[in-house]
Design a protein around this ligand. Structure first.
Ligand SMILES: NC(=O)C[C@H](N)C(=O)O
Length: 333
């Protein structure tokens, strides 16, 4: 029988009702006691990493999760991390960069309702996670939620309340789990390298969401105080006329000083392609700008943190190098 380590980090799955609202309070052992059927799937041991509402999860907590996996890697066949759903897509993407080439599965999961409630999605999500983690063909960082297996870099929380909280963006579901049976849609490509753990994440990233009529004055502050600026533009990507002059000045001022701008889109599906419209094509050409294409915002942000932590020299090449299926369309633009 496979041996799986379950790591508790908090979230609704571990929450109890308090006078101030739901707050994490259950230990991983408490959580596990609600799914006795797990004994037919795998042998589970538990470890508490932290016990937080995932609103409070930071890159420091990602490092604690990576450390817990690395310290125990040799002793287990796989890992299930219980986590709040609010920042689960960020954690799934961050772990995809911080733990690479893992032939052992690292599953992240959570729930919309606490596991101690009568009506809850937590028991199914957790049991499904163990079913996936205990399967011989599972590997790498993935999210299991509401019967779906989503690649760690492709998850996005699209529903705030429904059990169907997560979607896979611009990439198919890897598998589904129906009535306890795992149905794999996409076979895993066996890992050819040894597992690698990374800890250095630099969080000097800011996301500027464009709104119609935005004033340009914010740009100089952002360029001065952050190493990486992600612009969430409209549609397939462009810079509005009102920002162009200031944007060009700042790009020229900071060129060659290790600052990066990445263009992404507010549209959840299908991604950017700056070469389509005049508002994007010229800026892209003038500054050889990086764009996110089909990546999720969560993957863009965490990949940049990871690349900056490595002090990557050729940022563009490194950004476009595919990790855990995070980017497919770089040849398009
Ligand atoms: N469903 C949840 O887990 C939401 C909770 N606020 C969290 O992210 O920790």
């Amino acid at each position: 029988m496979k041996k799986i380590l379950m790591l508790g980090t908090g979230g609704t799955i571990a929450s109890r009702q308090t006078k101030d609202g739901l707050a994490p309070g259950l230990t991983p052992e408490d959580i596990l006691s609600y799914i006795p059927a797990v004994k037919n799937v795998c042998e589970v041991q538990t470890k508490q990493v932290c016990n937080l509402d995932s609103t409070n999860v930071t890159p420091e907590h990602w490092k604690m999760m990576v450390k817990a996996v690395e310290d125990n890697y040799a002793y287990y066949d796989g890992f299930v991390i219980c986590h709040g759903t609010d920042t689960l897509a960020y954690t799934a993407a961050a772990l995809s960069y911080m733990i690479q080439n893992s032939a052992k599965p690292i599953v992240v999961t959570g729930a919309q309702k606490p596991i101690n409630m009568d009506v809850t999605d937590a028991k199914t999500n957790l049991l499904d996670s163990f079913i996936y983690a205990a399967d011989d063909d599972s590997q790498g960082v993935n999210l299991v939620f509401d019967g779906k297996v989503i690649v760690g870099t492709r998850a996005k929380k699209e529903h705030a309340k429904s059990y169907n909280a997560f979607s896979s963006i611009n990439f198919p579901y890897l598998a589904v789990i129906q009535d306890g049976i795992l149905v794999r849609y996409i076979p895993e490509i066996p890992c050819r390298h040894a597992v690698k753990f990374y800890y250095d994440m630099k969080d000097s990233v800011y996301v500027l969401k464009l709104i119609p009529g935005m004033k340009p004055d914010i740009l100089s502050y952002l360029f001065e105080h952050y190493d990486c600026l992600v612009i969430e533009s409209f549609g397939v990507g462009g810079i509005p006329q009102t920002l162009v002059q200031e944007f060009y000045q700042e790009m020229e001022k900071w060129s060659g000083k290790g600052k990066f701008v990445v263009m992404t889109t507010q549209v959840a599906n299908e991604g950017s392609n700056m070469t389509v419209y005049e508002v994007g094509k010229k800026v892209k050409q003038d500054f050889n700008m990086i764009e996110a294409y089909d990546m999720t915002l969560e993957a863009v942000i965490t990949k940049l943190m990871w690349l900056m932590g490595r002090e990557e020299q050729d940022m563009q090449k490194a950004f476009y190098t595919q990790i855990n299926h995070d980017i497919l369309f770089t040849k398009r633009g």
